[in-house]
Design a protein around this ligand. Structure first.
Ligand code: SF4
Ligand code: SF4
Length: 368
């Protein structure tokens, strides 16, 4: 079971593409009651639970908040011997030596956002980011980074990737711009999805051959999905009943991607058990939508076994190309289609293994 916890929507930054700006960067902080209710209701029900702390900027609620959270988690984990893990997605600017030590000692996974040479323009505070990021590294943490692909950098993906390598980042995730919040108002960020897909294919070819390369998503997960024939990422699997998001007021939804209100499950304080949550009207509505979404593709699309009808939030946002194809579907048909052909053709060129990106080889199952 995975639970995204949003302790606050407040944030000390104002990134040009922030899709969260529509929440007004509200300063409300999750109450002790809500925090405890989540842990009490979720942890004893599962053998493994991972919590993803998100925001706003999750570290803005302070170290004492997390000390309290970890202490509560331990209390509820002992009931049924649940294995609990935590991950935090932070902008890194508030990481102090004490915070880094705490996160390391409590085995947090850590992700951040970084935009390489465009960081100051798009997000600001690059020096503060690097200070916090290096503090985490100095405590032995490995930190993955998300970078948003927008009109600003779509022509320079390789350059962006190389700047990540320069900073020692080992794990990069490229996400296409979500046109919500600030991003909607900023013309220069607008992303042509056809161009995005072409450039990602070019970059994929570069990435494969980069023998000093780092791991890049969605490539790594896409290859594993194809090779292992199993769902490996949220874009090609069903997360219903396995994922839940709690906002600072205790409102529950599938994930933190700004769904419309009718898909909300309700407030955690109105439920007694997790089963009740997964029987709520909002949950059922989301499930039916998702099922119908998948069914229209069964039998009509050869990519179905990998794509399964596309990422539900992409569909719900309902952004379409001029030909009326949803962005998710367009990206999957072109980019995932290209990766499938590449993975399948690869067996005809086995001699080339040694000079390839080590993460490509790992995803292909050629190395450990
Ligand atoms: S993108 Fe993240 S770090 Fe930037 S303003 Fe939004 S919540 Fe804050
Ligand atoms: S690529 Fe498009 S048509 Fe094919 S399964 Fe995915 S969403 Fe459906």
């Amino acid at each position: 079971m995975s639970v995204t916890l949003i302790p606050t929507y407040f944030c000390n930054m104002r990134c040009k593409y922030c899709y969260r700006s529509e929440t007004g960067f509200d300063k409300k902080i999750m109450s002790d009651d809500t925090l405890e209710k989540v842990f009490r209701m979720v942890i004893p029900e599962y053998s493994k639970v991972q919590f993803l702390w998100h925001g706003g900027e999750p570290l803005i609620v302070g170290l004492d908040f997390y000390k309290k959270a970890i202490s509560l988690q331990k209390q509820y984990a002992t009931i049924n011997n649940t294995e609990v893990r935590n991950n935090v997605q932070t902008n890194c600017t508030l990481v102090t030596p004490e915070f880094a030590k705490f996160l390391h000692e409590n085995n947090f996974g850590c992700g951040t956002s970084f935009d390489g040479r465009n960081h100051d323009y798009l997000r600001g505070n690059k020096d503060d980011f690097l200070k916090g990021y290096r503090e985490l590294l100095s405590h032995g943490m490995s930190v993955g980074a998300i970078s948003v692909v927008s009109g600003v950098n779509v022509d320079r993906l390789i350059e962006t990737y190389e700047s990540f390598k320069e900073e020692g980042i080992q794990n990069l995730q490229l996400n296409p711009l979500v046109e919500e919040g600030f991003a909607k108002k900023n013309e220069v960020l607008k992303l042509d999805i056809k161009k995005y897909t072409e450039k990602m294919i070019d970059f994929f070819e570069y990435w494969i051959s980069d023998k000093d390369g780092i791991s890049v998503e969605p490539f790594f997960s896409n290859i594993r999905t194809i090779k292992e024939n199993k769902d490996t990422s949220c874009s090609n699997t069903s997360c219903h009943g396995k994922w839940m998001c709690v906002d600072p007021s205790g409102e529950l939804e599938l994930c933190n991607m700004c769904y419309e209100d009718s898909f909300y499950y309700g407030n955690i304080h109105n439920f007694s058990t997790i089963d009740e949550v997964f029987n709520s009207d909002g949950f059922k509505k989301m499930l039916v939508y998702s099922k119908c979404q998948g069914e229209k593709c069964i039998g009509s699309c050869e990519l179905y076994k990998y794509c399964q009808g596309g990422r539900i939030n992409g569909e719900l946002r309902n952004r379409k190309t001029d030909d009326g194809v949803s962005f998710t579907c367009y990206i999957n048909k072109k980019l995932l289609g290209h990766i499938i052909r590449k993975v399948n053709d690869f067996y005809y060129a086995m001699d080339d293994h040694m000079d390839l990106n080590p993460f490509f080889k790992q995803a292909m199952g050629l190395t450990k």
